[in-house]
Design a protein around this ligand. Structure first.
Ligand code: LLP
Length: 421
């Protein structure tokens, strides 16, 4: 459920008219609903109630400081994957003890910054990383708390580019070698082994793969405890999917996911961490764009928008579906046109949808891409020298620009022409 609904014939974000915001900030722009973000975070928090737990928002899905602050105020932890994310989380007021550092290629300098600033735990993904982290921590007179990310070799049944838990993926250490790697870690002076980490992929729409992975983690936890390791924390990653298509069968709810966690690892008495990104932010955001032209092709009509693949890359990159709706509510049972919906970027991959039925559109009309709050703004680029688009947050009847649109001069001045040229 989200808070983007038609009221009196117009699309609203909570109590604010989307057209009103477009008039103020111009198009295209991302628009987030605070109520939806809060609701989604609370669903996860409630799903784990009764267990010692921390919901760590995966900020790779949406890294705006205002979004992080809103979730941080609700008690969220943050899952970061770079020192840039770490510093942004800190800038949003998240204390180090609520920040988990994941990622397959952390550099020494990143480890140093996190250790100096305070960190809840590093999720370590390889033996060379373990060695580096131990050395860095020792040189700083510190001990780094770690969970080791295991790769459980489970098929997450999702898009190949976002599946991470199969043996052929670059992530984690093979679960079959875990006992040996934990033994090595325990002997390293700069590390304190506190738990196990797993993440098998993103946009999972079936609980089965989670169940299998968590069962394997539970078995491993018992085996490691029997060897004397004090396994007291399990980080179960993110990955719960969201409905992208209105017609889709809905993916499982956080409540059901929580039950799987309870059933598979509850008996261990560990502190549970999860790292959801998409389910918290995805349906809390839309991308609003304006129709520039309606162009008649040989055998089709193109709806040419002022948003493009550089603003929202998911359709071009993963053939992802986003519902696209008019901002002016279509009359019930009214006529529809079929469009290929595209952006102005100079490649055919800049296509958001083909053969999409939509109420007839004209130049100047506004449309909204749904489910764009996760992996939208964060994956944007300035390809074709199109400045990054603004982000706006609505909360009840108020809204604020939470990232301003850069000017063309800002964009131009980022480059430097050498004096000798
Ligand atoms: N934890 C780790 C270690 C991850 O790698 C990810 C996502 C998450 C948590 C959060 O997963 P979520 O709950 O959001 O599914 N750009 C792609 C998605 C990439 C996901 C990468 N890792 C997309 O637009 O679909």
């Amino acid at each position: 459920m989200d808070h983007f609904l038609y009221k009196a014939g117009e699309l609203f974000a909570e109590d604010v008219s989307v057209r009103e915001i477009a008039r103020t900030v111009g198009t295209p722009f991302y628009l987030y609903s605070a109520a939806t973000l809060r609701r989604h975070f609370a669903l996860f928090d409630e799903a784990l109630s009764g267990m010692d737990h921390l919901v760590c928002f995966a900020m790779k899905s949406n890294a705006n400081l205002a979004v992080l602050k809103l979730l941080g105020d609700m008690g969220a932890g943050i899952d970061v994957v770079s020192v840039g994310e770490y510093l942004k989380a800190r800038a949003a007021g998240i204390p180090g003890e609520r920040i988990v550092f994941s990622g397959v290629g952390k550099k020494r300098s990143e480890m140093e910054t996190a250790l100096a600033g305070g960190i809840r735990q590093f999720n370590v993904e390889s033996e060379p990383e373990m060695e580096t982290l131990s050395a860095v921590a020792q040189a700083m007179g510190k001990v780094a708390p770690i969970a080791i990310r295991v790769n459980p070799d489970v098929d997450a049944k999702t898009h190949a580019k976002i599946a991470t838990g199969k043996a052929e993926n670059k992530f984690g250490i093979p679960i079959s070698r875990a006992a040996q790697v934990y033994r090595r870690a325990a002997a390293m002076p700069g590390l304190e082994v506190i738990g196990i980490d797993v993440h098998i992929g993103s946009q999972l729409t079936d609980l089965g793969p989670f169940e299998t992975a968590f069962e394997r983690v539970a078995e491993l936890a018992e085996a490691l405890r029997a060897e004397g390791h004090d396994i007291r924390r399990l980080d179960l990653g993110g990955g719960l999917g969201i409905p992208y298509e209105n017609s889709n069968q809905a993916p499982p709810l956080p409540r059901d996911y929580g039950e799987v966690i309870r059933r598979t690892v509850g008996h261990l008495g560990c502190e549970i961490e999860i790292e959801p990104g998409r389910l918290i932010a995805g349906n809390a955001g839309i991308l609003v764009a304006e129709v520039i032209y309606v162009k008649q092709g040989e055998d089709r009509q193109f709806l040419i928008l002022d948003a493009a693949m550089n603003d929202l890359v998911r359709p071009a990159m993963y053939e992802a579906h986003h519902d696209i709706i008019p901002v002016r509510e279509p009359a019930p049972g009214g006529e529809a046109e079929v469009y290929d919906i595209v952006g102005p970027v100079c490649e055919s991959g800049d296509t958001f949808a083909t053969g999409r039925a939509l109420a007839p559109q004209r130049a100047g009309d506004l449309v909204a891409f749904r489910s764009a709050g996760a992996y939208g703004a964060v994956m944007a680029s300035e390809y074709n020298s199109r400045p990054l688009i603004p982000e706006v947050l609505v909360d009840g009847d108020q809204f604020a620009v939470i990232r301003a649109r850069p000017s063309y001069d800002d964009m131009i001045n980022r480059d430097t022409i050498p004096a000798w040229l």
